[in-house]
Design a binder for this molecule. Sequence first.
Ligand SMILES: [Zn+2]
Length: 157
Amino acid sequence: MKISKELDRQTFKDKSQTQEDCHRFLAELKWSSGYSCNRCNPEKYIKGKQPFSKRCSKCGFDESTSSGTLSHKLKFGIDKAFEMLYEITISKKGANSIWLAEHFNVNQTKAWGFRQKVQLAMQSSDQFPLERDVHVDEFEIGTPQKREQGRSKVKKR
Ligand SMILES: [Zn+2]
């Protein structure tokens, strides 16, 4: 399943209501074309230790649903990230960071950073923001930075 305009809001919400849902959804996306071990490649697995992760039955590598995807090492909840991801993806211009920050109650710098990553991922993966080849391992949200002072840039929507 793609996260795109074809995916309607309700379906997306249903699929990402709880953290468990998010992991299930990620697992669906990640292994939509089948499982093969990232380390040694065979296609047999057993259930892993993390939610919905898959563990290679040969080498024992336990691959989490979020490794190699946008939600890897997120500093805010996966559920919030999912909602933001959806808003950014369906919005024509990719929802602006001021609006994202207000709507999701996160620091604007974090919102901006997240949006950048999503848009980069979308470009490099042809509109598949959660495709397994998207690596954003250094992506961390959480560094507090001073907000721009002075003029208000908040736009009414
Ligand atoms: Zn393996």
